[in-house]
Write a protein that binds this ligand. Structure first.
Ligand code: R7I
Ligand code: MG
Length: 392
């Protein structure tokens, strides 16, 4: 068992290898595409999941292309914006979200976020963060829509401080409740650490996530939102402790996972769940085929939880893909999923951006901010051009 895990990790290459970038971006798309089949289902028998996945191998049974949903549609906007602007530019990203929605509104967007996307398309909008702030009587959305598109931030910036700041602000374009945007920060951090090979030591990986989130959630905004929503003082930290408890148990049922962590559309009820799916599937499991590798196990297990299957599988896919690398992704799955090949090409481009930062190129801290505070960033269109010019 340990040998197989070591072999899988070795195949992914060293920290921040191209294989890990490709695995993360591609497996996120696969999770979204294959997860659509069970979205919203209360109970999903594992046999149905395995049947669905085995159809992908059989070209005669395959249903052709499985379409991606809003998860991938928005993640593609994030990727394109980061690449085009060579960094985070909230005006550009907001414009891309709005345009993508207007061109393809039937991708299964959350019912609330649609109002934000419509407002973001207005040419008269002066503050791109305002529409999100107006949601839900001014409290903002706690949905997982910010988290589902957070992985590319981890693939664009090597510095965890940038990953956290940009994932937060990228999420705040649609999700201004701390229980929404902190979910995006957690998801991006999980992908960031996975990219470094941190999941080789699962307990330490969890400790690092908890330590980071203690700081992320240690502020008045989080405390207020948590109080209003009757959650623990640091909601994501509390859930991560639950993940750790479940990891330590020799047996855990799907019902227990759902009741402890959730499987719903709130970021709090889905990001820690996705992290658990990855960690639980590091080893072979009785309920899953012995010939499945870790990435296949992770996706299959995520679907068997039911609920918001496409988004949980998308987030788990990104974290697992960064751990196992592209070699772990079945070719037949890539063939069947809309947008998977595109994601594969963009992964290489993101790695170039990431490396330029490491080498002191783009946004290397030479007085230029890679990711600004919303209050300071009103005039960021000019900054965006500056960033691009320096990158070239
Ligand atoms: O978060 P979001 O972009 O989408 C979440 C999920 C993802 O799985 C997508 O793939 C899609 O299927 O839906 O969309 P939002 O509309 O911001 O939030 C999703 C839902 O969460 C809303 O439609 C509400 O039902 C609920 N919600 C809230 N309900 C009450 N009060 C989010 N925030 C609140 C709130 O503050
Ligand atoms: Mg979804």
């Amino acid at each position: 068992m340990a040998m197989a895990a070591a072999r899988a990790a070795a195949a992914a290459g060293g920290p921040s290898s191209l294989s890990r970038f490709r695995g993360a971006l591609v497996a996120a798309v696969l999770g979204d595409c294959v997860g659509g089949e069970f979205e919203g289902a209360e109970e999903v028998p594992m046999e149905s999941v395995l049947q669905h996945l085995s159809n992908l191998d059989d070209e005669t049974k395959g249903n052709g292309i499985l379409e991606y949903s809003d998860d991938t549609a928005m993640a593609r906007c994030v990727v394109q914006s980061l690449l085009t602007r060579a960094g985070f530019d909230e005006q550009d990203m907001a414009r891309r979200f709005a345009k993508e929605y207007s061109m393809s509104p039937g991708r299964g967007y959350g019912s609330g976020v649609i109002q934000v996307l419509k407002k973001l398309s207005s040419p008269h909008l002066s503050d791109v963060y305002q529409p999100a702030k107006d949601q839900f009587n001014g409290r903002g959305s706690f949905g997982n829509g910010g988290a589902m598109r957070a992985a590319p931030f981890a693939l664009a910036f090597p510095d965890p401080a940038d990953v956290k700041r940009c994932a937060r602000q990228g999420a705040m374009l649609t999700h201004s409740c701390s229980l929404g945007y902190n979910g995006a920060v957690l998801q991006a951090l999980a992908v960031h650490l996975s990219l470094q090979g941190a999941i080789d030591k699962p307990q330490q990986f969890m400790s690092r996530l908890i330590t980071e989130m203690e700081v992320v959630e240690g502020n008045e905004e989080t405390r207020n939102d948590a109080r209003i929503l009757k959650e623990a003082e640091k909601p994501f930290c509390e859930r991560l402790h639950r993940v750790r408890d479940l990891m330590d148990r020799s047996k855990v049922s799907i019902e227990e996972v759902i009741s402890e962590l959730g499987n719903g559309i709130a970021a709090l009820h889905s990001v820690p769940t996705a992290i658990f799916c990855v960690l639980h599937c590091l080893q072979p499991r009785e309920c899953l085929p012995a010939n499945y590798g870790g990435l296949e196990r992770t996706i299959a297990y995520s679907l068997a939880l039911g609920g918001d299957t496409d988004t949980i599988a998308c987030m788990a896919g990104a974290i697992a893909g960064a751990h196992y690398g592209i070699e772990a992704v079945p070719q037949s799955w890539i063939r069947c999923c809309e947008g998977a090949e595109d994601a594969d090409m963009n992964a290489g481009r993101l790695q170039m951006l990431y490396r330029r930062s490491l080498q002191g190129g783009v946004g290397s801290g030479t007085g230029e901010r890679r990711c600004e505070d919303p209050a300071e960033s009103r005039s960021s269109a000019a900054n965006g051009f500056e960033r691009k010019a320096r990158a070239e």
